[in-house]
Design a protein around this ligand. Sequence first.
Ligand code: ZN
Length: 210
Amino acid sequence: MKSYEKLLAENKTWAANKTKQDPDFFNRLVNVQTPEFLWIGCSDSRVPPNEITQTEPGEIFIHRNIANMVVHTDLNMLSVLEYAVNVLKVKHVIVCGHYGCGGVKAAMTRKSIGLINKWLRNIKDVYRFHRDEVDSLLTEDERTNRLIELNVQEQVTNLAKTSIIQKAWKERQAPHLHGWVYDLHDGVIKNIFEMEAGARMDELYEFDNL
Ligand code: ZN
């Protein structure tokens, strides 16, 4: 059996098992999704959101990209965010990074690796803002992992800077924003940073006409 054929075969087994355990499972999900969470995570194959949180289909709306970035010109991310916040009315938005992230590691080097340079430049900016703190750490792993935490914090703040989030905060006092980092060594998620609805930031970023 070819590798991709195994995926299709496993899918058939999974669907049959689900129906066996819970005959109404697919019927419930077929017409409606009411997830409480939007997850913005890294594309890394070792950080599967549903598996590491033991959640089921229908529970988390998911967007993934390299190094879990919230880039204000990314129409894909913005479309997901707007739909999740305004239509699905999620209560929580989680940015989840992970220690050992290859995207963050690459951004800390001076190597050009093509198109992705433009994406990683956003992480280099985070590094520049926190250069003294990161460079004061002794080992490369410590420096990388601290930048991974700071990057998650920065991406949560980037969410708060959008009119999508600020308008929802004003209208329905939600969603609550969370910055988490997953540890590949033990599978445990660490809570790094959060912003509750209405949290303040530099007023330069706070729209006064929403
Ligand atoms: Zn990653």
